[in-house]
Design a binder for this molecule. Structure first.
Ligand code: NDP
Ligand code: 8X3
Length: 256
């Protein structure tokens, strides 16, 4: 298959774990230079070493919180390479409480990261893409952006926002050659559930008990496929389940 990614610069938010880290690896294997973002700088440094050892690419570290618009702006002011592909992946769920019990701080964290983080990065990077009349913005949405489930009110709302934002961004860039896409996964075994259940590993493991969930690489391959299409091909969205899942709430366990 033709490699259209080699030599490009790909900016991946949330590359310290899970789906983002898997995207970094697969893009590095295709020879894309990378900007890897996340708050845990030590993890970014380890990943940079690993990626540069096995691939002939440049890797830049962007250790900032995507909620921090000034930090993002400052990084980009000092970064002179053009960003060809922006993967807005950083995101999280906090808690699984019903709306009448949910925690305000959890809401703020989800809304500020999953919505405003994506807005911040897109606002900062899309002008250079528009100016060059080329580029690709790929947002990681969720099945929670297509349907809703109890206990997911705010998380689902943020991912519905990502869907709306992705579609509106495509329309804002109508008539240019900048592509805008989204991937909407179901259950992927990453650190996601540990973060949602605030470090309760047993509860997190239960989410993936008795099923074969997706893994980060499954989603990374789809992001890579989207980015590697010919420049006239714009995939808008891909909903991806493990075969054992048929909706947010329909999950077939081996012992069912
Ligand atoms: P992980 O918890 O494994 O990874 C989340 C990544 O996001 C980490 O690298 C984390 O880095 C980063 N991140 C979180 N908050 C911030 C922030 N404020 N600023 C910068 N980086 C941040 O989860 P996943 O890999 O599963 O999640 C990736 C995306 O996929 C999310 O948007 C999630 O909503 C979405 N998704 C996940 C699904 C799943 O079942 N796992 C299904 C559908 C969608 P650090 O902590 O170092 O900042
Ligand atoms: C993460 C998948 O089903 O927990 O977006 O909302 S789910």
């Amino acid at each position: 298959m033709q490699n259209r990614i080699k030599g490009k610069w790909t900016f991946i938010t949330g590359a310290t774990a899970g789906i983002g880290k898997a995207i970094a690896k697969i893009f590095a294997d295709s020879g894309s230079n990378l900007v890897i973002n996340g708050r845990r700088k030590n993890r970014l440094e380890e990943l940079k070493q690993e990626l540069e050892k096995h691939n002939n690419i440049e890797v830049a570290l962007a250790s900032f919180d995507v909620r921090d618009r000034e930090a993002a702006q400052q990084f980009l002011n000092n970064f002179s390479e053009p960003i060809d592909i922006l993967v807005n992946n950083a995101g999280l769920a906090k808690g699984i409480d019903a709306i009448f019990d949910a925690d305000h701080e959890d809401w703020d964290t989800m809304v500020d990261t999953n919505i405003k983080g994506v807005l911040n990065m897109t606002r900062l990077i899309s002008p250079q893409m528009k100016e060059r009349d080329s580029g690709h913005i790929i947002n990681i949405g969720s099945i929670a952006g297509h349907e809703s489930y109890p206990g997911g009110s705010v998380y689902c709302a943020t991912k519905h926002a990502v869907k709306g934002f992705t579609e509106a961004t495509k329309k804002d860039l109508h008539g240019t050659n900048v592509r805008v896409s989204m991937v909407s996964p179901g259950l992927v075994e990453t650190e996601f559930s540990e973060v949602r259940f605030k470090g309760d590993k047993d509860r997190a493991d239960e989410v993936y008990d008795d099923i074969k969930p997706l893994v980060g690489e499954d989603i990374a391959e789809i992001v890579h496929f989207m980015a590697n299409r010919p420049s006239h091909v714009n995939i808008m969205d891909a909903i991806v389940f493990p075969v054992a899942q048929s909706s947010s709430t329909m999950v077939h366990r081996d012992n069912d």
